[in-house]
Write a protein that binds this ligand. Structure first.
Ligand SMILES: Nc1ncnc2c1ncn2[C@@H]1O[C@H](COP(=O)(O)OP(=O)(O)OP(=O)(O)O)[C@@H](O)[C@H]1O
Ligand SMILES: O=C(O)C1=C[C@@H](O)[C@@H](O)[C@H](O)C1
Length: 204
């Protein structure tokens, strides 16, 4: 799916909102820097669910920052840790959690399979933002380790995976003013909740 709308449910896939009323956890995916953590926290707050950051979970489990993990042991060692963390969260926290995944989660076939399988239960939300802005943000950020390729090239390669692994997408507007949750995002979440109730009513 190439054209993102502000609020988009991917019509070709099974009704993703079906189980939202059963509080099935929501997985948030998207490129590094698109706003997964920001939107994930907002979503958790609006739903009164618990937010989890998969990158932070991996760092805590391994008692090393991910940048250091990757520097010492390489990307090939990091990717299986991501899949293991994803599996663990799907098993142990299947309800009432919003889980922000690392940008590279879709790099691994097993993770893609798990995310696609989740569509039968609930929502995998793709957060999308203008890539020029994202690239500017990432270039200016010296706190995180660099990705091994040009950001645009990585995005082009991952784009089909992000699409196939998600069943709902959110295009984050250019900027958000103020400290609170923007109205645009609140509307998006209300719409998801409304559809969940409608889908639930229709399927019962
Ligand atoms: N729509 C937006 N407009 C402008 N800035 C934004 C927008 N969404 C997020 N940001 C900013 O972009 C930066 C990255 O956001 P965030 O950390 O939520 O992204 P992320 O996808 O979780 O990144 P990572 O994958 O590295 O953890 C933050 O400084 C955030 O405030
Ligand atoms: O885009 C990526 O490949 C990554 C994104 C981060 O969230 C981390 O998970 C790690 O740095 C890999």
């Amino acid at each position: 799916m190439n054209n993102y709308q502000n609020i988009s449910t991917k019509s070709s896939k099974s009704a993703p909102h079906n189980n939202m009323k059963d509080h099935q956890s929501i997985f948030v995916i998207g490129m590094r820097g698109t706003g997964k953590t920001t939107m994930g926290r907002w979503l958790a707050e609006l739903l009164s669910w618990t937010f989890i950051d998969l990158d932070e979970m991996i760092a805590e489990q391994n008692k090393l920052k991910n940048a250091e993990l990757i520097r010492r042991f390489g990307w090939a060692s990091f990717r299986p840790l991501e899949v293991a963390a994803l599996k663990e969260v799907m098993r142990t926290k299947p309800r009432s959690h919003v889980v922000s995944c690392g940008g590279g989660i879709v790099e691994t076939e097993e993770a893609r399979r798990l995310l696609k399988e989740w569509h039968t239960k609930g929502i995998v939300l793709l957060v999308h933002r203008d890539m020029t802005q994202v690239a500017e943000y990432l270039l200016a950020d010296n706190t995180r380790h660099k990705l091994p390729q040009d950001i645009q090239e990585i995005y082009e390669r991952r784009k089909p995976w992000y699409d196939e692994c998600s069943n709902v997408s959110y295009l984050s507007p250019r900027s958000h003013d103020g400290d609170g949750i923007p109205q645009h995002f609140e509307r998006f979440v209300s719409d998801m909740k409304r559809r969940a109730l409608e889908d639930g009513d229709n399927s019962s």
